[in-house]
Design a protein. Structure first.
Ligand code: PLP
Ligand code: 3DJ
Length: 414
């Protein structure tokens, strides 16, 4: 039932894509068993170069240098990769980004540091559709610190707007915690406007960039952001469980009061001293031993993004999501599929969410056919389009397979 016009259009878009040649740098893109991988917003594909990077690290550095490796660059790798990421994808000057922990742990540390910096204030603002970890951790912090949560309700195809934030922030707001790109709808928040509104109320802002980093450019310094953090295994292709990254604006570095005081965030760890003195700069956000092996894959991907250019990556991402929206309207809307993401490309991140009651039953069938989108409760398929590794052809194949699945379900009266 493959729709020839859809495939033709995809072929034209792939032929005109200036970034198309990067796709073959990823492992598995020539594997016929996976015909369409649209889950790069949850777990990005590995770059083929990572096999060599990991092997040479194990053989040359870990195996060859052994414990000496810590003094020969491993200890400062978190700052080094942080600086590189800041320059390539985050609009952050050196000295403000670091790789460490998981996103959940970094968000917790930064949220706790933010409320500690506003001790007289009693409220945290967050939206009801933020990712579960973000909501859960502020619930925990509110319990620990006797604070109140102010919830913003958002549209199912949107996210928190500047007007939403202006309506709830005030003299009691210590912290506003929001996502740059919403994990479900893909809505892109107006970070500079919301940050300004929060600052005007005297509050601090923590942005979760998990679904934007490496796909939607950020300008954290220019936007006057206080704190940010995000995942490295999505569009940064760091691999399952790769450590996260965090940003702390320079003006907060000297006073940052994070709650997990560990030896490797102290000023002189090998003195094994009796009292904690924070390390200077972004290092004070560190608690324990940096997960060096876990940082190697993302470094290769940041290099590739640097080569391609973040603006070109975003341009391709907008074209991919626009093609997906167009195809859904033409091929899937007649089956009752609804788009749960913004319709304007500039308001969308790298994924498009579509809803239909048959999707929960259909997703395992799609995976069996080598069509791998993402499923999110209750009945959403997320089409996660990773600009450097996803082709327009993959989008067409997925839309077609979803149409076939819906036709089958309809015929079976399900
Ligand atoms: C928006 C967002 N925030 C936080 C997380 C949590 O990251 P982690 O499981 O690495 O702590 C995720 C993904 O799992 C996410 O999508
Ligand atoms: N981190 C994940 C995991 O360990 C297992 C499965 C999925 C994930 C994800 O990253 C989910 C992703 N953050 C989301 O937006 O749904």
């Amino acid at each position: 039932m493959l729709d020839p016009t859809l495939l033709d259009r995809a072929a034209g878009l792939d032929a005109a894509d200036p970034l198309a040649q990067h796709r073959k740098l990823f492992l598995g893109t020539d594997d016929d068993a996976v015909r369409s991988y649209l889950d790069g917003n949850s777990l990005g594909r590995p770059l083929t170069s990572v096999v060599g990077s990991l092997t040479s690290f194990v053989e040359g550095q870990w195996g060859g240098r052994l414990i000496r490796g810590w003094d020969e660059g491993w200890l400062t790798l978190p700052e080094q990769i942080g600086d590189q990421l800041g320059r390539v994808a985050l609009g952050a000057d050196a000295g403000q980004c670091i790789v460490a922990d998981s996103t959940s742990v970094l968000l917790y540390k930064l949220a706790r540091a933010a409320v500690a910096a506003r001790p007289e204030r009693t409220e945290i603002v967050i939206d009801r559709d933020n990712f579960p970890t973000d909501r859960f951790l502020v619930e925990g912090i509110a319990r620990e610190r006797g604070l109140t949560l102010r919830w913003i309700e958002v549209a199912y195809d949107g996210g928190a707007t500047p007007a939403d934030v202006a309506a709830v922030v005030g003299p009691e707001t210590a912290l506003v915690l929001l996502s740059h790109v919403a994990y479900r709808s893909g809505y892109v928040a107006d970070v500079p406007a919301i940050t300004r509104i929060a600052h005007d109320a005297g509050a601090l802002v923590l942005w979760d960039l998990s679904h934007s980093v490496g796909s939607v450019p950020a300008e954290l310094d220019a936007w006057d952001v206080d704190f940010a953090a995000g995942c490295s295994y999505k569009y940064l292709n760091g691999g399952p469980g790769a450590p996260a990254w965090a940003y702390v604006a320079e003006r907060h570095l000297d006073t940052l009061d994070q709650p997990i005081l560990g030896w490797l965030g102290s000023a002189d760890p090998f003195a094994m001293g009796s009292a904690y003195q924070p390390a200077p700069g972004i290092r004070r956000l560190v608690s324990g031993t940096p997960p060096i092996v876990g940082m190697l894959a993302m470094r290769d991907m940041i290099d590739l993004i640097d080569e391609a250019g973040m603006d070109a990556v975003r341009r391709k991402s907008e074209l991919l999501t626009a093609f997906a929206v167009e195809a859904v309207d033409e091929v899937l809307a007649p089956y009752g599929v609804v788009i749960a993401s913004p319709r304007v490309a500039a308001e969308r991140g790298g994924h498009v969410t579509i809803d239909h009651p048959a999707f929960p039953a259909m997703v395992p069938e799609l995976w069996q056919q080598g069509i791998i989108p993402d499923y999110r409760n209750p009945d959403g398929i997320r089409l996660g389009l990773s600009p450097l590794s996803t082709s327009f052809h993959e989008v067409a194949l997925a839309i077609d397979a979803i149409a076939e699945g819906l036709a089958g379900h309809r015929a079976a009266g399900r």
